[in-house]
Design a protein around this ligand. Sequence first.
Ligand code: CMC
Length: 385
Amino acid sequence: MTDPDIKKGLAGVYADTTSISKVNPETNSLLYRGYPVQELAATQSFEAVAYLLWHGELPTADQLAELQAVERANRALPADIRSFIDAMPVSAHPMDEARTVVSVLGAFETAGIANVLDAAGTPAENLDRSIRLFAILPAVVAYGQRRRRGEEIVEPREDLGYAANFLWMTFGEEPDEVVVDAFNRSMILYAEHSFNASTFTARVIASTLSDLYSSVVGAIGALKGPLHGGANEAVMHIFDEIGTADAVVPWLDEALAAKRKIMGFGHRVYKRGDSRVPTMKAALDALVAHYDRRDVAELYETLESEFVSRKGIYPNLDYPSGPAYSLIGFDTLTFTPLFIAARITGWTAHIMEQQASNALIRPLSAYDGAAERHIDGYVPDAAEV
Ligand code: CMC
């Protein structure tokens, strides 16, 4: 038999079709259900984009109002879920906190489904579960940050849209329009990105006909890693390490000499720049002007131009979103949970798509271990028995 053609990291492999989004690195474009993401970010609410990802079409006014009504009705953190959060150490990483909460929610919401053959749920049940997760995750993230800061919970406000209410629950103040707009754009940009590691993880789990919550828990685990979603947190640690723009060159000399990866740069699919970066950089610029923090932009731009000119590797979405979230006032550890709150839309759309035309995802591996051998003559060490 000839050696199988191994695609390490599944690089360049088409694992399935999807009608949810299209990434085209050649034209540097990203389409959600056919719409360029830049157009969606400039004109739509995150709720409308969530509807688009789940249903394939942008909502009519009535459909949007209906989704918003359900989202607003499911925003509050129920007392029993809050007590699970409070039982976790305050020093737990917020990604672990969010992953645990989704798992607990799954146990509550699927209680009574005793037969594993019913675990996958119907399309209608899964849409319902998706909307409820979409609605509650902001409260989980916001309360997590407040708890770590020793602050009281802030209850949601039904008169605010998704983005404004998220900021309200986190900071307890009505946010400025420019901040709501930048945050709304970031949620839309983070919502979906085809078969990235966390979405593919969600699809692998869904393909076994497991439940939606298990898929999302797995996806959160995949998102936490710094090569994926954890990069937005890691970018901020790098900014804190560097300090100011004039320290970029010596810092980079040292980092590259030590063969460190510079977080927020590079992408498996985009090799000439991430299609989402210009839109997020514009949102960051608006925040820089709003908070009068030119120093942040200088550090951002200096590191970008130095690294790109030396390595020819471009920023990805996590590079502008990290400092943008920091300017808004989110703690660095909260950045990747914000990514969860956005990507829950894409993940759940993919879980439903996977289950609609399912094939168990089960690739092959090429064995490169010891040649076949037999037990004859092997005597175990008595101490180990
Ligand atoms: N800093 C320094 N070198 C890099 C970087 C980087 N950020 N990214 C790629 N390289 C180098 C890498 O060292 C390798 O060099 P060599 O061929 O000499 O060994 C070459 O470029 C190819 O890199 P790779 O890691 O094999 O390529 P990949 O397609 O597997 O990598 C990546 C994609 C995202 C894992 C990688 O670029 C990376 O680790 N970036 C930093 C983490 C990051 O920002 N992740 C966010 C990804 S996008 C958004 C998201 O998912 O949240």
